[in-house]
Design a protein around this ligand. Sequence first.
Ligand code: FUL
Length: 495
Amino acid sequence: MVKLPHALSLTTLVSHLLFTLAISTRERVPTPPLPILPLPSYSQLKWQQRQIIMFLHFGVNTFTGLERGTGLEDPAIFNPVSLNTSQWVSAAVDAGISLMILTAKHHDGFCLWPSKYTDHSVESSRWKGGKGDVVREFVDAAKARGVDAGLYLSPWDRHEPRYGQNLKYNEYYLAQLQELLTKYGSMREIWFDGFKNASAVNMTYYFTEWFSMVKELQSSINIFSDAGPDVRWVGNEDGFAGTTCRATINKSSLSIGNASIEGYLNIGDPRRTDYLPAECDLSIREGWFWHKSQSPKKLSKLLQIYYKSVGRNCVLLLNVPPNTTGLVSETDVHRLKELRNALDTIFSVNLAEKCSMKASSRRGGKDGGFGPENVLDGDHLWTYWAPGDEEDAGEVDQWIEMRGTDGGLRFNVVRIQEAVGLGQRIKRHEIYVDGKKIVQGTTVGYKRLHRLKGGVVHGSVVRVRITESKGLPLISSIGLHLDPFWQPKDRKSLD
Ligand code: FUL
């Protein structure tokens, strides 16, 4: 054995000790818990955080007054003389909306862009002497304001003579998809709806080929349909999800245009096969298209819809149809602003921020980085309260508590958010004020809002108990809010 000089061996020993110490200190930093599958994709997470998306139904129906055109419309009637897509985008930006989806083609087959595969398009209209392109103006205006764009391309086409011939129509449809997804920049969502009249000619859509082509051309896009693959329909067009609403469902139980699965779509599936969150589509007016005789829904109705969609782990796709001049009507712009102001009034103040926080336990102990104070920061995904591993047994009482520091708390909305990046977990929860149960709920997901049916509560200690979850519950945010627009009729019952 070669003997090292004394000075060298001491240096080696010290550095070895320091190295070991450094490793063991690092090993003591608590890691996040294992995720519970299935997990959302990056694009699904981005979609979920948007909360409200704007839908724009615009086309020949805007001029005929019909909701579903016949396909026999003369394209010349399309003439929105004052079309200003920047005004659409401003309406969205003022409402805090970051994604807008336009009907590039509705069931009547009229195309808002000059498709080279048909002359039933803006090219045959009077608008801009046939030289205009609404899709181009829409995506340019959105891009200029940093808003994302998406498109709806109706599979049911009542104009196209190839409709009903499986191969020919599928090729036509795919050709149009390729035009839209290669010429107009990056899209964040594409909307496929399965609707057609019962009397419509029978045909098979080659969804597998369509979806593959979409992902080939734009890999980060979210594909919406009754059955996903990225975003699922919520099962109704009234803007509400089930009080239990899981992002998980079994994709193989779904098919597009199948009315018998509407209840299943509304609540999801506890068997957790696939991560496929739900989108609630609804129009601000009665119809999807603009009609002179219709007006926007009241603010109280829109708030109710928000609580029942965004507040139940979904995204609200709110349709705001441009009118015959090519503008979003002032009444609708005004209502959108009212909605934004109301949401800011309710949610910009979180009474829990002034509370002292306590929890049944915390992962990694006091300085482990998973304490209850994490539910009060601005990150609603990646910082969260996690109980200690010992609570994973499922039998231990898991709770997080807020104690008012200066006097009592007055609120009528409780907001709970899960760290869904590590999987949706909570199955049952309860909320107590000063020891009295005021809410009994099921799933939480990205966001769960309880607008208290009993109205404003006064108290000093609010406890959220997780009574059932798949693995450890991970709570990323909690809010106690005062909603001045909420006047409940029934003041006794639990939410
Ligand atoms: C449905 C269509 O039939 C309606 O006209 C509307 O476009 C709605 C969003 O989807 O399936």
